[in-house]
Design a protein around this ligand. Structure first.
Ligand code: PMP
Length: 349
């Protein structure tokens, strides 16, 4: 994690220096976790830096905000451009991007209705989330004593700041016992997800994963992997995952923006399959990175080129109109997206 390389932050409509991007101690979100966030990755491609599935992440951001009655004072196009501005401004080729919208300072009554909605986007280079060797060697996980909250307690499909205290408890407890990551059970005893990842199992040639009925955040990466598996001819079954399903799996892996596709090699000391990255996990990883790098033309529409906007860190209020080159680039992008969508008729089981 290297925040040191980040110099510009987009805050409420303008790029400001990293050191000035501060929040007052009386901000509502600091006390009660009343914010919504996203985690997005930008990848280095032959066409320049490109944001992976920006639309899907922005959809989820607005949906999360809506659950909490928060009106984001910028539209989708403004936030998409703001994400690109941050990446361009900092000169990153690849990075992790964190948009956060939160209730700021005005009142500390639990109802945040009087608090302004602050919007901040920053980015930094973040290599592997679960350790340097995790993508190849896989991770060791433990079943957490902390249960994932049920959707009648907190909306599991919303990515809201305060909800992460559940993950923090689980991951701290797991790492304290020497594991790389925690697996949280849902209140019905089935497996929900990792502290910051969704889970997939491989049984023979079939993939198994769960959905929002089992207290998970519906991951953007999860969605991409379901489509990729489908295109590879691997059926995906979506149902509750029991602990037995995991222990008897041939392979298992996590998916997430930060974790990407990370094999799970062991659960509480018991190896999964051969106890190493399995062949289908490797195949899916390869296909995923082909999509993120732009080498897979079928999924080219998942990439949003960063270069298609003003090239200097200028405040959003001074945003210029599109040049002819930029307009043509967008037309090209939209054309290939439509073609790729048509080519990918894929319904998971
Ligand atoms: N579950 C949780 C709890 C998460 O925090 C994340 C990371 N956002 C995920 C799943 C994976 O979601 P995504 O693929 O959209 O990053």
């Amino acid at each position: 994690m290297s925040f040191e390389q980040a110099t510009w932050v987009w805050k409420n409509g303008e790029l400001i220096p990293w050191k000035d991007a501060t929040v007052h101690v009386s901000a509502h979100a600091l006390h009660y976790g009343s914010g919504v966030l996203e985690g997005i990755r930008c990848y280095d491609t032959a066409e320049g830096p490109a944001v992976f599935r920006l639309d899907a992440h922005l959809d989820r951001l607005y949906d999360s905000a809506s659950v909490y009655g928060m009106e984001i004072p910028y539209n989708r196009a403004q936030l998409a451009e703001a994400v690109c501005e941050v990446i361009r401004g900092n000169g990153f080729r690849s990075c992790y991007v964190r948009p956060i919208c939160f209730f700021g300072s005005a009142s500390l009554a639990l109802n945040p209705q009087r608090c302004p909605v602050e919007v901040v986007i920053f980015a930094w280079p973040w290599e592997t989330y679960l350790g340097n060797k995790a993508l190849e060697a896989g991770v060791r996980v433990t079943l957490s004593p902390w249960v994932k909250f049920h959707s009648r307690m907190l909306p599991t499909t919303a990515k809201a700041c305060g909800q992460y205290v559940n993950s923090i408890l689980a991951v701290r407890e797991a790492m304290g016992r020497g594991y790389d990551e925690a697996l949280l059970l849902a209140s019905d005893g089935s497996i929900a997800e990792g502290s910051g990842e969704n889970i997939f199992l491989v049984h023979g040639e079939k993939l198994l994963t769960n959905d929002e009925r089992h207290s998970i955040l519906l991951g953007v990466t999860r969605d991409a992997i379901i489509e990729i598996a489908c295109n590879l001819g691997l059926p995906v079954e979506i149902r509750a995952i029991q602990v037995n399903d995991l222990l008897s799996a041939d392979e298992a892996f996590f998916t997430g923006t930060a974790a990407e596709v990370t094999p799970i090699r062991e659960v509480d000391g018991q190896p999964i399959g051969s106890g190493a990255r399995g062949p289908l996990t490797a195949k899916i990883q390869q296909a995923f990175f082909a999509a993120t790098s732009g080498r897979d033309l079928q999924h080219r529409h998942w990439l949003h080129l960063v270069a298609s906007g003003p090239s200097k860190p200028v405040p959003a209020t001074e945003a210029t109109s599109l040049s002819e080159t930029q307009r043509r680039e967008i037309e090209h992008r939209e054309g290939s997206a439509a073609m790729a969508r048509e080519a990918a008729h894929c319904d998971p089981a």
